[in-house]
Design a protein around this ligand. Structure first.
Ligand code: NAD
Length: 493
């Protein structure tokens, strides 16, 4: 068992001041896989001070974008060189199937490479002239790094969520303190080693593992932080926003969802079933953008449910390291109980259990459950409206387009949505009518580093990925010059 009892602060591995640690557990065996350093407010303070010094006095924000890009590329390469090993660590920490972990790690490397490209572009695009209405003046708008960013991330895509924040922040020239989830802290710590080996200057990236209340809260409240970037649940997001409000920190939030998937009755049923399953069972349904509410047009409702039941029963459940597994364990005992409670609640609320919910017979250890399909789910039920964050899909029939769009939009969330039909015009029309930050047509979930990611309504504030993600970590400065020899004329005429 490798030791993870150090924090990464100012380019060095240091023990937490109070010497605390916590355990991280493999959800497929319920065994402890590592003891991990537990940071407290004192460690967070050191990490923020190191980041402050790196930003205020160090080379990083003053380097050319091209020089920063070279470091980002080396980080991407460092991830690729250890792809298999890092993916296996991710599987043991989170539970996901190995092929999905390999995807995540490849995407994380790709994210560093993509933002390396944008860092290089910044050398040409950081300053743009602004046309003014008074020709005695000239002006430029200049993009500058926002400063020291604090990033707090969840457990469902540990390394990828780190990459979505660290890569654009570093590309912009920011320094960062990263707080991974206490459930899945291991790959984030490995990222510290990879960044150091890539010659990232000390203090530019600091990694503090620890509990939300002990390490996350002090980070969100620290006056030395200029920007907070958070991905996680709505209640924690709201707390972070309140902390940020105290000293008006710049903030971006990626929160939960209850994303709808509308399937019209001209759709190919097999294709619909595959995308529905991928949309909710991929990554055990522990996906913020999971299409967990499915609206199926009445003409194909019964046939689609029958096919979905048949295919759902075929899903291989087991340890993420076993061949052919499509569904790993739920990340933790607590999350497993939450999902089980939600299934019980769905039954009480009158949703029809089509299939799933039990512990698979061949697995006596681990937080495993059969994926769940609920049909005829009442529109006012808790399971239809709230995020379960597990492999549970809720399905309802609809009659016409207007009803489907109304039902899809009737949510406090607005992260993602999907629509499927052979009628392209209808898909385009519905996509524009849906109140969500991401809309998929004839698919669900494919995510691209180049395209904006984020939610409407309570699903968040701001956008990650693409150039939008870089802008999260940039301030805009106006530099305006008076070019005339003549006095301004306020008192000298
Ligand atoms: P969570 O809110 O419980 O925890 C997220 C992070 O916040 C963790 O690192 C945790 O330690 C920290 N934290 C907890 N309490 C804190 C506090 N008081 N102050 C500061 N930090 C604190 O969320 P989770 O259970 O890890 O993740 C699941 C949630 O994340 C789901 O709601 C999911 O939809 C959401 N999510 C959203 C996206 C997106 O892109 N929109 C992506 C992934 C996950």
């Amino acid at each position: 068992m490798k030791s993870y009892e150090r924090l990464f602060i100012d380019g060095r591995w240091v023990a937490p001041i109070k010497n605390g640690s916590f355990e991280t557990i493999d959800p497929s065996s319920e065994q402890v896989i590592a003891k991990v350093a537990a940071a407290t407010a004192e460690d967070v303070d050191l990490a923020v001070k190191a980041a402050r010094k790196a930003f205020d006095e160090g080379p990083w924000p003053r380097m050319s974008g091209a020089d920063r890009a070279a470091v980002l590329r080396r980080i991407g390469k460092g991830i690729r060189e250890r792809l298999q090993e890092l993916a296996e660590i991710e599987v043991c920490d989170n539970g996901k199937p190995l092929p999905e972990a390999l995807w995540d790690l490849g995407d994380a490397a790709g994210c560093f490479e993509f933002y390396a490209g944008l860092a290089e572009k910044l050398d040409e695009t950081a300053e743009t002239p602004v046309a003014l209405s008074d020709d005695r003046f000239t002006s430029v708008a200049r993009k500058e790094p926002v400063g020291v960013a604090g990033a707090i991330i969840p457990w469902n895509f540990p390394m990828l969520m780190a990459a979505w924040k660290v890569a654009p922040a570093l590309a912009a020239g920011c320094a960062m303190v990263l707080k991974p989830s206490e459930l899945t802290p291991l790959t984030a710590l490995e990222l510290g080693s990879i960044a150091a080996a890539a010659d990232l200057p000390p203090g530019v990236l600091n990694i503090v593992t620890g509990l939300g209340k002990d390490a996350g809260a002090p980070l969100s409240e620290h006056p030395g932080i200029d920007k907070l970037a958070f991905t996680g649940s709505v209640p924690t997001g709201s707390r972070i926003m309140q902390a940020a409000a105290r000293d008006i920190k710049n903030i971006s939030l990626e929160l939960g969802g209850k994303s709808p998937f509308i399937v019209f009755d001209d759709s190919d049923i097999d294709a619909a079933v595959e995308w529905i399953m991928f949309g909710i069972f991929w990554n055990q349904g522990e996906v913020c953008s999971a299409t967990s509410r499915v609206l199926v047009q009445r003409g194909i409702y019964d046939r689609l449910l029958a096919r979905l039941k048949e295919e759902t029963q075929k899903i291989t459940i087991g340890s993420g390291l076993s061949d052919g597994v499509l569904l790993g364990p739920i990340v933790s005992r607590e999350q497993y109980n939450k999902v089980q409670d939600a299934v019980a609640r769905g039954k009480e609320e009158g949703a029809r259990l089509v299939v799933g919910g039990s512990r698979p017979e061949h697995l006596d250890k681990g937080y495993f459950m059969e994926p769940v399909v609920f049909a005829d789910v009442p529109e006012d039920s808790w399971v239809w409206n709230e995020e379960i964050f597990g492999p549970v899909v809720c399905i309802r029939p609809f009659d016409d387009e207007a009803q489907a769009v109304r039902s899809a939009n009737d949510s406090r969330f607005g992260l993602a949505a999907a629509v499927m039909s052979k009628d392209n015009e209808r898909c385009e029309r519905v996509a524009r009518a849906l109140r969500a930050g991401i809309v998929w047509i004839n698919c669900s979930q494919p995510t691209f580093t180049e395209a904006p990611w984020g939610g409407y309504k309570q699903s968040g504030i701001g956008r990650e990925l693409g150039e939008w993600g870089l802008n999260n970590y940039l301030e805009t400065k106006q530099i305006t010059r008076y070019n005339s020899d003549k006095p301004w004329g306020w008192y000298i005429k």
